[in-house]
Design a protein around this ligand. Structure first.
Ligand code: SIN
Length: 196
């Protein structure tokens, strides 16, 4: 979907982030809310040869996998007027051109106001994307993240900042996948430091 088709005459839009957008939106917005979307689980199953890896060592970043019983917590940002067009242009390059993500509309439930869900745009990488890596054990994913970096920084930063966001902003949510990978990556880093 092109930015102008997403807006199609609307003056404001909510954009839901569940990966690096939660700690680094890098676009102007009117307000933000922590909350969740339903029907998706967050998984480190997408590959990244630009932001957090390269062609030789692709990083591991998150995407959303359909699962009726799951929900994914993150942050939604409301953009309005010129901000809406500017943010969509910026995110088209960051997420779609460089990251391989496609757009989709979902319902976003702001924490504490679950009855007032709003439609939100989300970036999702599907399994037919050439960068998609798919499932692996927490140990394999953690080991990959511990050694990858790309143009936006180290893959470990991406993982640790996301885990920090979940601990600080959603302390009641037990994200087993994320925290198991964090623990695995940190033990690889500890081993690498000892070996130096
Ligand atoms: C992204 O938003 O998917 C990439 C940006 C980053 O890794 O910092």
């Amino acid at each position: 979907m092109k930015p102008q088709d997403i807006l199609s005459g609307k003056s404001s839009l909510w954009i839901f982030g569940y990966g690096s957008l939660v700690w680094k939106p890098d676009f102007k917005y009117k307000r933000s809310r922590v909350g969740y979307i339903q029907g998706y689980k967050r998984r480190f199953w997408h590959g990244d040869n630009f932001h957090r890896g390269n062609d030789e060592l692709p990083g591991r970043v998150v995407t959303l996998i359909e699962d009726d019983d799951a929900s994914t917590w993150g942050v939604a940002f409301e953009v309005s007027g010129a901000q809406a067009e500017e943010s969509l242009k910026y995110l088209n390059v960051r997420e779609t051109v460089c990251g391989g993500y496609l757009t989709k509309m979902v319902d976003f439930y702001p924490e504490g106001e679950e009855s007032s869900a709003v439609p939100a745009l989300v970036y999702i990488a599907t399994s037919d994307n050439p960068l998609y890596l798919g499932p692996a054990s927490a140990e394999e994913i953690g080991a990959q993240i511990a050694v990858c970096q790309g143009k936006s920084g180290h893959n470990l930063e991406y993982l640790l900042r996301l885990a920090e966001f979940m601990r600080e902003s959603c302390p009641h949510v037990e994200d087993g996948h994320l925290f198991a990978i964090e623990a695995a990556a940190l033990s690889v880093v500890a081993l690498l430091l000892v070996a130096q």
